[in-house]
Design a protein around this ligand. Structure first.
Ligand code: SF4
Ligand code: SF4
Length: 299
């Protein structure tokens, strides 16, 4: 059986669906959003995160590197194309300055982790949320995982950007309780500019899910300077008004993930992005309320 590539298993989450949940973050995403606060989830391949602040330049990783991809210069140079994933640089670093992102799990290994908190799910009306990255890109593994979760009586939420073939949704529909479904921009050209992909497939999949009677929570990341303008919000409301949406979550932008870009040697496309003011958030919330949506600021 195929393994799942996971970046993190987070326990006691309360913003990714009802109750207390375990959220599993899958690696790999077809989008590349400017504001992504999980940049380590974007690439499908395993990758090394290096924390400059923790490194004392002791040189142990350079000596132990089996791929000869680490060079001690003013800043430690690391060539990911030479990495053979021996993980010596992690094991021998006494400062924990390096971390391998992307661990492979079998279904049984992951179920064992998830089941540890089953008591909390039952008491709180919680369950399991599969997130990412884009969880649906590992659909063969995920199909089996959600089946096993349901067999064990767990509530299952899928957090998705929607950019996958609809067939992938059909494979998990019967075993999924909620889709936490992101819409970022209603105009396809703007969507492509800020995420790397147009949005027709995303909107079409959401329509089809609604037609199939899926329980959809619409989630909108809100970034001032990108998508909080009236035209975009009105466009999303108009689109969503024709669908069956049980809840709307407005998720204000935050900069929590910006340090990770440096650690991954990636560019952070800041581009004037800021958190919307509380007043603007309230205005957007009121727009959804007026159109009869149940709406909340936050997850
Ligand atoms: S082993 Fe750790 S502390 Fe030493 S040079 Fe490498 S990353 Fe830095
Ligand atoms: S995992 Fe091994 S090969 Fe890759 S950078 Fe670290 S020491 Fe080098």
């Amino acid at each position: 059986m195929k393994k799942g590539r996971i970046i993190n298993i987070q326990k006691y989450c309360v913003h990714d669906g009802p109750g207390i949940r375990t959220t599993v973050f899958f690696k790999g995403c077809p989008l590349n959003c400017w504001w992504c606060h999980n940049p380590e989830s974007q690439k499908f391949e395993k990758e090394m995160m290096y924390n400059h602040e923790k490194c004392t330049m002791c040189g142990e990783c350079e000596k132990r590197c089996e791929g000869k991809g680490i060079k001690l210069t003013e800043n430690i140079f690391y060539d990911p194309t030479k990495c053979v994933f021996c993980e010596n640089c992690i094991d021998f670093c006494i400062n924990n300055a390096r971390e391998m992102i992307g661990k492979e799990y079998t279904i049984s290994e992951l179920m064992k982790e998830i089941k540890k908190d089953q008591m909390f799910y039952q008491e709180s009306g919680g369950g399991v949320t599969l997130s990412g990255g884009e969880v649906m890109t590992q659909i063969t593994f995920v199909e089996e995982l959600v089946r096993r979760c349901k067999e064990n009586g767990m509530h299952v939420a899928i957090d998705t950007c929607g950019y996958v073939p609809f067939y992938s949704f059909e494979r998990i529909l019967d075993n999924t309780d909620i889709f936490l479904y992101d819409i970022k921009l209603i105009d396809s050209k703007r969507h492509e500019k800020y995420t790397g992909k147009p949005n027709e497939l995303i909107l079409d999949n959401m329509k089809k899910l609604s037609e199939k009677g899926a329980n959809i929570h619409l989630r909108i990341p809100l970034i001032e300077g990108i998508n909080t303008d009236g035209e975009n919000i009105e466009g999303i409301i108009k689109f969503a008004s024709d669908l069956k949406i049980s809840k709307v979550n407005l998720l204000p932008y935050h900069e929590i993930g910006s340090d990770k870009y440096k650690r991954l040697n990636m560019d952070y496309k800041k581009g004037g992005m800021v958190r919307p003011t509380d007043q603007r958030l309230e205005e957007i919330k009121a727009m959804f309320k007026e159109s009869k949506f149940e709406v909340k600021i936050g997850g």
